[in-house]
Design a protein around this ligand. Sequence first.
Ligand SMILES: C[S@@+](CC[C@H](N)C(=O)[O-])C[C@H]1O[C@@H](n2cnc3c(N)ncnc32)[C@H](O)[C@@H]1O
Ligand SMILES: Nc1nc2[nH]cc(C(=O)O)c2c(=O)[nH]1
Ligand code: SF4
Ligand SMILES: [Mg+2]
Length: 209
Amino acid sequence: MKTEVQKLVDSGKMLPLMEEFYTIQGEGFHKGTAAYFIRVGGCDVGCHWCDVKESWNAALHPPTAIETIVEKAAQHSKIIVITGGEPLTWDMGPLTEMLKARGMQTHIETSGAYKLSGIWDWICLSPKKMKLPTEEVYRQANELKVIVFNKDDFRFAEEQAARVGKDCILYLQPEWSKREKMSPLIVDYVMQNPQWKVSLQTHKYLNIP
Ligand SMILES: C[S@@+](CC[C@H](N)C(=O)[O-])C[C@H]1O[C@@H](n2cnc3c(N)ncnc32)[C@H](O)[C@@H]1O
Ligand SMILES: Nc1nc2[nH]cc(C(=O)O)c2c(=O)[nH]1
Ligand code: SF4
Ligand SMILES: [Mg+2]
């Protein structure tokens, strides 16, 4: 039998909260912009180079009422980035409706591997080979951010770019541990293929969360 808390998590009224922090968006189109990050636990996509593996096991992160999450976020910023873990593991409808009702901008960082839920002002899609995005996330993505770990990721990036909308902004971002090797290749690739842009994890260079 399901507990009350499990039912609330299933309906998106509570979420396993890993951490929340006010920082500068380090990556992609909104890099350099102050934003409040909400990191929701739970992901079974399994990227071997994931920089937040502690997020994967949802059971390690306390189920938290969305009212509590929104109340805290509202004290810090109008721009809220929901990340994880994989936020689309959960129903993002109730959280984003509550944020929008408070006049906040909702951004998501997602692999797109699960059904799209929630109301979003900005969708950053970072597709993964092991679990490809759903059709709707391809259609709705505002930016496509492909992580480049090896040379095959350039082929993967083109394959993914063919599936997003025509206004979607295209980024190549070096996998952090491979940045010295892959960054020069990304630079060459973007000069040869200027429909792409470079994205760096600038928060790591700034030593901020
Ligand atoms: C930790 S993920 C959480 C959101 C979602 N699960 C996803 O993968 O998009 C946040 C962003 O960091 C990227 N990322 C994770 N590990 C990385 C690494 N080692 N180097 C570069 N980017 C990384 C992901 O691709 C994603 O764009
Ligand atoms: N500063 C900062 N910017 C980010 N952009 C995407 C992040 C993420 O982990 O989703 C992230 C993060 O963890 N920190
Ligand atoms: S999908 Fe995102 S959170 Fe999940 S393992 Fe990959 S990078 Fe990490
Ligand atoms: Mg991060």
